[in-house]
Design a protein around this ligand. Structure first.
Ligand code: IPM
Ligand code: MN
Length: 372
């Protein structure tokens, strides 16, 4: 398959973890006979410093013309600590998501067996966790009207949703639930928020077209608590932009590190693949950042284009790195491996089972270790 992939490394550890993801995609190209073309674009603080805009027009054009976008991370302490900044690096990402109409953000959360002891939660609590969050990504409080009074003493962020905005992401979530354990949990705050009540109405109506899927509505505060008490009860979670953001960050605790979870942001015309983690500026250029979330985001890209064997082979290589303890310091203190060497190991272990005659125990996971 021929694919044009835009690479937006962004800020902090973004470019270095992205480089490992590209290494893995190149290994896929070689082993499976594909032809990927990579083109880099500027975004975030890196773009503001170079051209004064967190999402330059050229980047937007590149993303629109590409088959997919691979994104690294965004944000720097200079802007985080400046409440008066008029433009922020994050504006670049938000604008890009909106312009590409990436209305569904898919965040699969599956406990990695080899890392089950890494979570601060008990093994019995997290065992069997296999859920996916469908987060609305281009509306809600992130994109509503904002204002700050001239004297700076009053601020406002409007949370607005239309039926259409809810319905399109809801259909994506129901379709996913149909193929999984047929359980969908709508997470909201319907006892307080008008928008949540609209979500319940629209999602409730859509549920009638998916009789095989069991719909549960749950308040976000309760869902957040249950996510730590009994996460394996969840299958597909559907949430608005902000609730989905917060709940998915909480899932990092189940996995035991914030450097491991990928996501896919999907629209009708475009697709972007982005780790859930932030830009971790303290680790920038230290060769300690975990590249796995970026590598698994690249795997989701392959899956999006129907390259299932390729997807499985990247995931299997990641599992192997865990089993062999070839991991970064967030996963195992005292490790001698860094961003580069973990990326090298995973890339070197991406194999096409059909072409690999030396099938050994390491390949047993191949074909069944999907993370979605
Ligand atoms: C995420 C991030 C972004 C978000 C930030 C960087 C704007 O936290 O993708 O989860 O809130 O959507
Ligand atoms: Mn987040």
């Amino acid at each position: 398959m021929q694919l044009n992939i835009a690479l937006l490394g962004g800020d902090g550890i973004g470019p270095e973890v992205m480089a490992q993801a590209v290494k893995c995609l190149q290994a896929v190209e070689e082993n499976f006979g594909h032809d990927f073309t990579f083109t880099e674009g500027l975004i975030g603080a890196a773009a503001m410093d170079k051209v004064g805009d967190p999402i330059p027009k050229e980047t937007l054009k590149l993303c629109k013309e590409s088959d997919a976008v691979l994104f690294g991370a965004i944000g720097t302490p200079e802007y985080d600590n400046n409440p008066n900044a008029k433009v922020r690096p994050e504006d670049g990402l938000l604008y890009l998501r909106k312009e590409l109409d990436l209305f569904t953000n898919i965040r699969p959360i599956k406990v990695f067996p080899a890392l089950i002891n890494n979570s601060p939660l008990k093994k019995e609590v997290i065992a069997g966790t296999d859920l996916v969050i469908y987060r609305e990504l281009t509306s809600g409080i992130y994109f509503g009207e904002k204002s700050l009074s001239p004297d700076g003493s009053e601020a406002m962020d409007v949370c607005k949703y239309t039926e259409e905005e809810i319905s399109r992401v809801a259909h994506m979530a129901f379709k996913a639930a149909k193929k999984r354990k047929r359980k969908l949990t709508l997470v909201d705050k319907a006892h307080v928020l008008e928008t949540s009540r609209l979500w319940r109405k629209v999602v409730g109506n859509i549920a009638e077209s998916y009789p095989e899927v069991e719909l549960t509505c749950m308040y976000i505060d309760n869902a957040s608590m249950l996510m730590s008490l009994n996460p394996s009860q969840f299958d597909v979670i559907l949430a608005s932009n902000m609730f989905g953001d917060i709940l998915s960050a909480q899932c990092n605790v189940l996995i035991g590190s914030s450097g491991l979870l990928p996501s896919a942001s999907i629209g009708t015309e475009n697709a972007m693949f982005e780790p859930i983690h932030g830009s971790y500026p303290q680790a920038k250029d230290k060769d300690i950042a975990n590249p796995v979330a970026a590598i698994l985001s690249a795997a989701l890209l392959l899956n999006h284009f129907g390259l299932t064997d390729e997807f499985n082979s990247v995931v299997a290589a990641v599992h192997k790195s865990f089993r062999k303890k070839i991991v970064t310091i967030d996963v195992m203190g005292g490790t001698k491996y860094g961003t580069e060497s973990v990326g090298d190991f995973i890339a070197a272990n991406i194999v096409d089972v059909d072409n690999n005659l030396n099938i050994n125990d390491e390949n047993i996971d191949l074909g069944k270790s999907t993370i979605i």
